[in-house]
Design a protein around this ligand. Structure first.
Ligand SMILES: Nc1ncnc2c1ncn2[C@@H]1O[C@H](COP(=O)(O)OP(=O)(O)OP(=O)(O)O)[C@@H](O)[C@H]1O
Ligand SMILES: [Mg+2]
Length: 270
């Protein structure tokens, strides 16, 4: 990952669910509707992060909107809060869908964003948005989100292969819930506390190996020099090493993997 991308993510992380960093002449909004989180990124005319919001939500499954009203209400509230904090109307936006999403499902995502008061200027695919921030044109982007792992192979800036498999952060939590006999939410909190992650590694390793196997299967036949992990679950302690050891390929995890795609979506807004 290039330094510019890392710095942008760091800057964005510093303002998510906090105060806006500055006023700008123009604002561009990126909306990432995920299985686990809805993330809104706001950047200025030069692509500098200005403000952001993250909210846990269950309005999307496998990248597709399953609760239109819920999604609209959550997003409308997030956008309203951002407008209040910035003292400005937000209008121009981009949103993203998993690669290969059909027209009807892309429109559902667009309608949610427009129902929140924004105007959709661009719809991008998620790995291309991530690649923009990572500063890459070749390699594999593996997005380990809440519900799924999305594998995309990029060649000369184009997504040439894509797949989505139903194993993600939720499955790591389910494994912990089963192991410790705890409700899902408690297991999720234990997982997210970075102090615990080293101790949890042996319990979570088989699921990491599963994600690695999935990745291996899908990148076979492509000349992948580097794998870039994005999505919240790729921050898990040990996952990067399991993957690089098994696959024998360089694996890069940015410092803020949760924010790469949302930021890339905002940067894709003209
Ligand atoms: N620091 C962390 N360590 C481990 N897991 C994390 C961390 N932060 C977030 N996660 C996990 O990442 C997942 C959410 O990631 P993300 O926001 O990228 O998913 P999403 O975009 O909502 O889902 P999807 O891409 O599957 O639609 C959750 O399962 C959460 O538990
Ligand atoms: Mg996602």
């Amino acid at each position: 990952m290039n330094l510019t991308g890392e710095k942008l993510c760091e800057k964005f992380a510093s303002c998510v669910n906090s105060r806006p960093l500055k006023r700008a002449a123009r604002y561009r909004v990126g909306v990432d509707l995920g299985t686990a989180n809805v993330v809104v990124a706001v950047v200025d005319e030069d692509g500098e992060p200005v403000a952001g919001k993250l909210k846990k939500a269950q309005v999307v499954r496998d990248g597709l909107v399953v609760d239109f009203v819920g999604a609209r209400d959550i997003l409308t509230k997030m956008i309203q809060e951002l407008c209040d904090e910035l003292g400005e109307e937000l209008v121009d936006a981009a949103c993203a869908v998993p690669p290969g999403t059909g027209m009807a499902d892309s429109k559902a995502t667009m309608y949610v964003v427009e129902a929140s008061g924004l105007e959709v200027r661009n719809i991008v695919d998620e790995p291309s948005a991530a690649a923009k921030v990572l500063g890459i044109t070749n390699g594999a982007v593996v997005d380990i989100g809440g519900g799924t792992t999305g594998i995309s192979v990029l060649r000369e800036g184009k997504v040439v292969y894509t797949a989505d498999e139903p194993t993600g952060g939720t499955h790591f939590t389910l494994v912990l819930a089963g192991h410790f006999n705890l409700p899902f939410d408690e297991a999720e909190n234990i997982k997210l506390d970075e102090k615990n992650q080293k101790r949890l590694f042996p319990i979570l390793k088989p699921t990491m190996e599963k994600v690695t196997d999935i990745t291996k299967r899908h990148i076979q036949g492509f000349d992948v020099g580097t794998i870039y992990l994005v999505g919240g679950a790729s921050a898990l302690y040990g996952l990067k090493d399991v993957m690089s050891n098994v696959l024998g390929i360089e694996v890069v995890v940015p410092q803020y993997p949760l924010y790469v795609t949302p930021l890339g979506i905002a940067l894709s807004c003209p």
